[in-house]
Design a protein around this ligand. Structure first.
Ligand code: KG4
Ligand code: ZN
Length: 352
């Protein structure tokens, strides 16, 4: 069988360094993630063993604006980056010469923010003459499932984040293909918008999740979009919640927020489980993995883990590896998931 390894060149002396799950010796990758509002740095051994995982969150800063302000985010990354890198080395008790390669998220994300992490990783790679590996943010969310587990392809992954909603068929470490995608809002976006509608502060998703626990999920029947097999759509649901809140306000002078939150969460989690299950049945794959910030959602996790009773093996990263972090970036770099090794690699904001 073909070995899964790739040769990366060091930037100064152009030495060949082999990376991948079939490399017989330990590979230690330091990665940086700065695509949105978290400045993160991690060191991971052989793609699965986290030696350090440091995250500086900007949530408090952006709360005042009700969402992420790109220019502010980039400046905060600049302030945090050196501290975060230093503390990742310190926690792992390692120095730069013990690192096999340096990786960073190259996109999709906020360009000004991505540039901070990318340039820091490139600078480390050049200074220490180690390979630089550029990583796709979406692939890295999926690879969070390799951390501390024995997960091996093939599996079907559901990626649900603030900017993306995709079902991805992972045939091998190297081959991932998108089999379904949203045609409008991402799940996280829908959560954040509905949370704002019912007066919850940023970040709306986790706050709505908490509130829904005290509500009746059957209080209101919300619509599931009628779309093609390879599509999701959540903008109609968001409008339905808006109209429901307007009606309730008019009729009752108040919104039973807990019930609205629970009914919305029920509708969205049911839509996601049904579609993923259908795709897994079509592909005849019995292993499922959740990924992305919204994979931290309690009801979505509960419904997916329920599938274990129907013969599915379900993976979902612990909360700290669901939301943006750098361990997943190091894992993606190790497993060579859509990696780029050219030092001229630029950042990008959207999937081309
Ligand atoms: O993956 P992520 O950290 O950043 C992006 O790449 O987008 O995802 C952030 C999204 C936000 O929309 C946030 O509200 C949502 O994940 N989120 C949640 C929960 N925790 C985070 N949504 C629902 N329930 C949660 N528990
Ligand atoms: Zn993300």
């Amino acid at each position: 069988m073909k070995k899964i390894t790739k040769i990366f060149k060091t930037p100064i002396t152009e030495k060949n360094i082999e990376i991948g799950p079939d490399v017989p010796k330990d590979v230690i990758i330091m990665a940086i993630e700065s695509s949105c509002d978290e400045t993160a740095c991690a060191i991971v051994k052989n793609g699965r063993e986290v030696l350090s995982n440091v995250v500086a969150s900007q949530i408090k800063t952006h709360q005042a604006f009700g969402g992420v302000v790109p220019e502010v985010a980039a400046r905060e990354h600049l302030e945090a980056i050196n501290l975060v890198i230093a503390s990742a080395f310190e926690q792992a008790h390692l120095s730069a010469n013990e690192i096999t390669a340096f990786a960073a998220t190259v996109g999709p994300g906020l360009v000004g923010s991505l540039l901070v992490g990318l340039n820091a990783a490139k600078a480390l790679a050049i200074t220490h003459d180690k390979p630089f590996i550029g990583v796709n943010h979406l692939n890295s969310h999926v690879c969070a499932n390799y951390i501390d587990t024995d997960l091996k392809p093939p599996f079907v992954a559901l990626l649900v984040s603030g900017g993306h909603t995709q079902v991805i068929k992972v045939d091998s470490y190297l081959k991932q293909s998108i089999v379904a995608e949203t045609i409008d809002d991402a799940v996280g976006e829908a959560y954040d918008k509905v949370a704002r509608l019912i007066g919850l502060p940023y970040p709306g998703g986790p706050n709505l999740d908490k509130m829904a626990k005290n509500g009746n999920k059957n209080a209101f029947k919300l619509p599931q979009a009628k779309v093609k097999e390879n599509e999701f759509s959540f903008s109609g649901l968001k409008t339905a919640v808006l109209q429901l809140c307007q009606r309730l306000n008019k009729e009752l002078g108040d919104i039973p927020k807990e019930d609205v939150a629970a009914s919305f969460q029920e509708c969205i989690s049911d839509t996601l489980v049904k579609k993923v299950l259908h795709i897994a049945q079509e592909c005849d794959i019995k292993t499922l993995a959740l990924a992305g910030g919204v994979a931290a959602n309690s009801e979505i996790r509960r419904k997916f883990f329920e599938l274990e009773n129907c013969g599915y093996k379900v993976y979902a990263p612990p909360m700290k590896y669901c939301t943006d972090n750098a361990s997943m970036v190091a894992s993606a770099a190790y497993f060579l998931a859509n990696t780029m090794d050219d030092l001229t690699q630029e950042v990008f904001s959207r999937v081309k």
